[in-house]
Design a protein around this ligand. Structure first.
Ligand SMILES: [Zn+2]
Length: 117
């Protein structure tokens, strides 16, 4: 069992339970997560850890849906926005070939919505 992954899942469960309590929910049925592609993230373990941690809570058996957010950069020279594969050694602007680029998305990790009944 990976401590980091467990901790991440635990923090999500905390938010979900707080939300369920605040809205007097009987049950949490779904959790929509947005995850940047820079994140080393595997959907399967998230559901697995969640099932494990949520036993006996209102969030038991809820389904986790993950939407990936692509990795995007912006060029500091010409302001071009572009997608990039972070496995590439060097990332440069496809427009002007500058290496002065800035990461603008891809590291996100947040709960977009929580479905309750
Ligand atoms: Zn450029």
């Amino acid at each position: 069992m990976n401590i980091h992954e467990l901790a991440v899942t635990e923090s999500i469960l905390k938010v979900v339970l707080k939300h369920a309590e605040a809205s007097n929910a009987q049950k949490v049925v779904s959790i929509d997560l947005k995850v940047g592609e820079m994140r080393d993230f595997v959907e399967e373990w998230m559901q697995w850890y969640f099932d494990y941690l949520s036993k006996g809570t209102v969030a038991e058996e809820s389904k986790i849906n993950v939407t990936k957010i692509p990795v995007k950069f912006q060029c500091k020279e010409c302001a071009e926005n572009f997608n990039a594969d972070v496995k590439e050694k060097e990332i440069y602007c496809p427009c002007c070939e500058s290496k002065q680029v800035e990461l603008v998305s891809g590291t996100e990790f947040f709960i977009e919505s929580i479905g309750v009944i």
